[in-house]
Each structure stands twice: as C-alpha cells, then as structure tokens.
Design a protein around this ligand. Structure first.
Ligand code: AMP
Length: 416
C-alpha cells in the first residue's frame, strides 16, 4: 500500500530539532515581553473576506497562494496567510482600543501560503511578530524596529542589515503611482508579463522586482520619499534619529515598498547575508488605515512579522547547551524491579525536577544500559532483587563511572 506522506512545503519537527524550536520560542516570549507586549492567539482560519479585504487582491498571497475552501455551511474560509489582519479583527471585535490607549500585542503562529517550496520558503511556516496599535508617534515606529533588530542581535545573528523607507499616506501613494507610471510607460514592453500586469493593478509592486534588467530600469525611477508630506518626512527623520541614537545602523532603500496593500508611511525589513536568496528575516511597517478599513475607528498602528524557520537557519547554536538529555535512566532486572522503580521515578520527577526514563520493554540489563548510553543519560539507577531486598538502589554516574548504593528514602536528597 502507498504510504501517505506530508504535504509538500510542510515539515515534521522532532528529536533534537524540537529543542531548537523550544529554545527559539522561549527566546521570543522572553525578549518581547521585556517591552511590555502581551501575547495574542487568534484562530488558524478566518473568513476569507478578512484577507481579501486587507492584503489586496493583486498581491501574490490573495491572487494565488491562499488555502481557501467552502465548508459544509457554505462559508468561505481561509487558513491564515498572515497574522496582522486577524489581530486587527480581534482588536476591533473585542474593543481593545477602549481598554488601553496603546495595545502592544505579539504572537507566534502558523501561516499557510501556497508558494514554491525552497530553502527558507515553505507552505506552512511559523512567524512571530508584534503589533503596536494606538500611537502615531515616531518613537513607536522606532520601538518596533529596534525590538526586532535587538532581538536578532541578542541571538547573535551576524551581518544584519536594516532597510527602511517611507511610502507616505494614501494621497502620497496616489500621486506617486501616477509619476511612477509616467516613468515606466516608455519601458512597458521591456518589462516581464508580471510587471506589465502590475502596471495596471499595482505599479508599486514593480519596485519589488528581483529581475536584473528590471532593476536596471527602475534604478532611476522617481523616489516615493520625494512625494511624502512635510509632516511625514519630519516623523520619518525622527524615526531615523531614534535608530541612530540606539546605535542601529540602517540603510534607506527607496525601492522597499513591501508586498501587502495595507502598509503606509514607515516600512522596513531586516536581512542577513547568511541565508542566501531568502535573506529577509522580518518585515513590517505602519498600517495606519487598516483598522478603519476593517470597520474600527481610525487608529494608527505599526508592527512586523518574522519567519522562525529563517531565524533557525541563521542561528549558530551550541546544540549541546540546548538539547536536553535525560538525567536518569532507570535500569530494572525483572518485573519486581519494574514495580519497585516506578514510584521512585515519579518521586524523582516531582521532587527534584529531573528527567527520568523508565524502560518499557523488559529488556536485559545490557540492552537497557546500551540505551542509557545512547540517550546520553547522566546517571543510571540500577534495581535488581538484591536492591529490592535491602530497600536500596545502585546509582551510577555515567561520566565518572563512579557507583554507589543509596537507600530509597535518600535518593531525592542525592539528586537535589
Ligand atoms: P511577510 O509576511 O511576507 O512580510 O513575511 C515576513 C517574514 O516571514 C519574512 O521576512 C520571512 O522571514 C518569513 N516568511 C515569509 N514567507 C515565508 C515562507 N513561505 N516560508 C518561510 N518563511 C516565510
């Protein structure tokens, strides 16, 4: 019979890798909470309309990558392809704006996009991110950006680069779109089919191109920053100033516009050159219109989303420090010894917090010892008929080879 396999672009995480994921997830919770952000968990699927309305029909995500289906109740549902829309939906639905002047939220979540799988690009992937909803001031932009940057720095990710741009207000974008179209029209038959379509649907996305001859064309195009209002420019300069004061190096990238429709004003990405082609660790920016567009009252907001798989690819971890090995492996000779060992093991787990493994296969002492070695257990506790009779166990330190008989009631103290 054919064996059923996982879906292309998804993965199973187990063994040593699971410790790396736990380590990273712990680092995320721990670091982000230091800035006063609290966790928000939203459902894995939502009404399709939420994403269609917010991300933009002309984006790759909405036009070809969403996992959508109609359920038995005739509802059009979609597995979450990004988190901001869900967070904003929850923010409006639960009236969070009334509870706090700023809501600082973070998440760790699974996302689903039907992209072409490759290194650093999957169809189910994990992101963490933050959303600061409520403040329009540049210090909020700078907090979000520096949180991301410092998070990576703290984990020792090398060769970070922060790219930043300002894509202005709605009005700015309208004005700029016209100018960009004027500039691109003479080149239109030199552009790829995708870009030719984008000329009609969303010309800003052409700036995102990774194709050399298109990069050549756009390198002299008008810059969006020259079209933003004086107030936006002032704020942007303040954001840059805050970053400089925090010793965070940035590079203004006039071509950075970000893929999703809902961004406004500050946009940014953090890259590292250790990842190869998929070098973006995280991306984000302001989305000052999104809350209003989803039916809330106009509220400024800024956030970022960051890929966890790429973070793990970029991390150079000392695995020995992360992977948990068992403290104790219980070796038993015969069924009486099994019975004798189980309460001892439970007691050790509860009272000393040690990781204790019991053999479940009634194997020979030799095979159990072999497995204890394979698991790299720090100690073995050996129980045979002699030990039961004396109310003792034999404890062996696997590193030094030293062994000792210890009374059952003194085992906890030995391991404390
Ligand atoms: P985005 O939501 O597209 O702005 O992506 C934010 C971050 O999520 C990126 O910088 C990547 O680190 C990560 N990411 C996006 N798409 C994928 C994917 N298909 N597989 C793995 N990571 C991804």
């Amino acid at each position: 019979m054919d064996k059923i396999k996982n879906i292309k672009g998804t993965k199973d995480i187990f063994g040593d890798d699971s410790y790396i994921w736990q380590y990273v997830e712990y680092a995320i919770h721990n670091f982000i909470q230091k800035y006063g952000y609290t966790e928000i968990r939203t459902p894995k699927f939502e009404n399709s309309a939420l994403f269609k309305r917010t991300i933009g029909n002309d984006t790759d995500i909405v036009s070809k990558e969403m996992y959508s289906w109609t359920d038995q109740g005739n509802n059009s549902l979609t597995l979450k392809p990004e988190v901001t829309a869900s967070v904003v939906r929850a923010y409006i639905q639960h009236n969070l704006g009334k509870k706090n002047i700023t809501n600082k939220l973070y998440y760790i979540d699974s996302l689903f996009r039907r992209e072409r799988p490759q290194k650093g690009r999957y169809r189910q992937f994990e992101q963490f991110g933050i959303e600061a909803i409520g403040s329009k001031y540049p210090e909020q932009d700078s907090e979000v950006i520096s949180l991301a940057y410092n998070f990576y720095k703290n984990l020792n990710i090398k060769n970070l680069s922060l790219k930043i741009n300002n894509i202005g207000s709605r009005e700015t974008r309208l004005k700029y779109k016209k100018e960009l179209l004027n500039y691109l029209k003479p080149f239109s038959n030199k552009l790829t089919k995708t870009s030719q379509n984008r000329l009609k649907t969303n010309p800003l996305r052409i700036l995102d191109t990774k194709i050399d001859f298109e990069i050549d064309i756009i390198k002299n195009c008008p810059k969006i920053i020259d079209f933003i209002s004086k107030k936006d420019l002032d704020n942007f300069n303040k954001v840059l100033d805050f970053l400089q004061k925090s010793n965070i190096k940035y590079e203004i990238d006039h071509l950075l516009v970000r893929g999703l429709d809902y961004y406004s004003r500050t946009v940014f990405e953090i890259h590292t050159d250790v990842l190869g082609a998929q070098s973006a660790l995280c991306g984000g920016g302001r989305y000052d219109y999104l809350i209003e567009e989803l039916g809330g009252s106009p509220t400024p907001a800024v956030g970022f989303a960051a890929g966890i798989e790429r973070l793990i690819l970029a991390l150079k971890l000392d695995h020995n420090k992360i992977i948990k090995r068992p403290d104790i492996y219980m070796i038993t000779a015969g069924s009486q010894a099994v019975k004798f060992s189980i309460p001892i093991a439970n007691d050790l787990r509860l009272k000393t917090g040690k990781i204790v493994i019991n053999d479940m296969h009634r194997r020979s002492l030799k095979s159990q010892l072999k497995e204890a070695n394979k698991f790299n257990a720090k100690y073995v506790i050996i129980i045979g008929s002699d030990e039961i009779e004396k109310g003792e166990v034999l404890i062996k330190d696997m590193k030094s080879g030293e062994q000792k008989n210890i009374e059952v009631k003194k085992i906890d103290a030995f391991f404390k």
